[in-house]
Design a binder for this molecule. Structure first.
Ligand code: GUN
Length: 287
């Protein structure tokens, strides 16, 4: 069997064009422009690339983009003061503090200082609690993008067995909550799970978010299952740097029914969902 490739790049382009059309309508009908502020502390190269891509795409859909690039030795008090200012700025509807933060900053404290209504990452403890209890919240972008692709591919997810490999606050846990919300039977597996391959082989939907290059091979996949690969790992192979997922694509794609590639799968959907969340925050803030 050769799996259907779920094209996240094309799907993300569709989401962005829908967001852009909605943004244009908001401007025309209500004179409103959604605004996103991204805060980057320090000079982590990967973070700089992500922040640059976010800013570019925010502008492309017609939103206001503000970037705050702060030195690595920024004090917690200064960062909290910046966020307090963004919380009360009426032109800003979404605030994203790029993670990881330098070690001297308390990430939880910083994230929880963001107005939950502007927390477009969905990391604030209020949004985590709202999602966990099935209430209206801001939903973390990566799991939201995965859910959108799964719904698009399957239609209803009701009753399917979903296994999420990875228990992070950013992906694994919210992904499990979202799948539960769509009436899947959900298992969260992780590095300590006994006989991980057997657990994964029970999955109709397998979401890999472990951060280990190509750990999930074809023997972890039930024939015909849908495999969503959240991993983005840079590895050296044949003297070249290569981007690979947490899934070994070559073997998994011969067993799966559908699979997301890396690159071009989950990655592009994350930023598209960030833009969608910023639009949602703007619409909610204006009734
Ligand atoms: N660093 C890696 N992924 C993310 C994300 O989704 N949001 C933020 N704020 N930082 C990240």
């Amino acid at each position: 069997m050769t799996a259907t490739i779920i094209d996240g790049k094309a799907f993300a382009a569709k989401v962005r064009s829908e967001v852009a059309a909605h943004v244009a309508r908001l401007k025309e009908e209500q004179g409103l422009q959604p605004g996103l502020a991204v805060v980057l502390v320090g000079e982590d190269p990967a973070s700089q690339v992500y922040v640059g891509a976010k800013g570019k795409q925010t502008v492309e859909v017609g939103m206001k983009s503000v970037e705050h690039k702060l030195p690595a030795d920024t004090s917690e008090a200064d960062l909290l003061a910046l966020i307090a200012g963004l919380n009360t700025d009426p032109s800003i509807h979404g605030i994203l503090v790029q993670l990881p933060l330098p070690g001297h900053l308390n990430s939880e404290l910083v994230i929880n200082s963001i107005d939950p209504a502007k927390d477009v990452d969905g990391f604030h403890i209020s949004n985590v609690g709202l999602l966990g209890t099935g209430q209206k919240s801001m939903v973390p972008c990566t799991p939201l993008g995965c859910l959108m692709m799964l719904r698009d591919h399957h239609g209803s997810l009701s009753g399917l067995n979903a296994v999420v490999v990875g228990r992070s606050n950013i992906v694994g846990k919210p992904m499990a909550q979202l799948l539960l919300g769509d009436s899947c039977t959900v298992t969260i597996a992780h590095s300590r799970t006994r006989d991980l391959a057997a657990v994964c082989r029970g999955a109709d939907i397998l979401v890999a978010a472990v951060g280990r290059p190509e750990m999930i091979t074809g023997d972890f996949v039930k024939p015909g299952a849908t495999v969503i690969d959240v991993g983005i790992n840079r590895i050296e192979r044949d003297g070249k740097t290569k981007l690979v997922g947490d899934v070994e694509f070559a073997s998994a794609s011969t067993v799966a029914g559908a699979i997301t590639p890396v690159p071009g799968g989950v990655g592009p959907m994350t930023i598209a969902c960030l833009l969608a969340n910023t639009l949602t925050a703007c619409c909610r803030s204006h009734g």
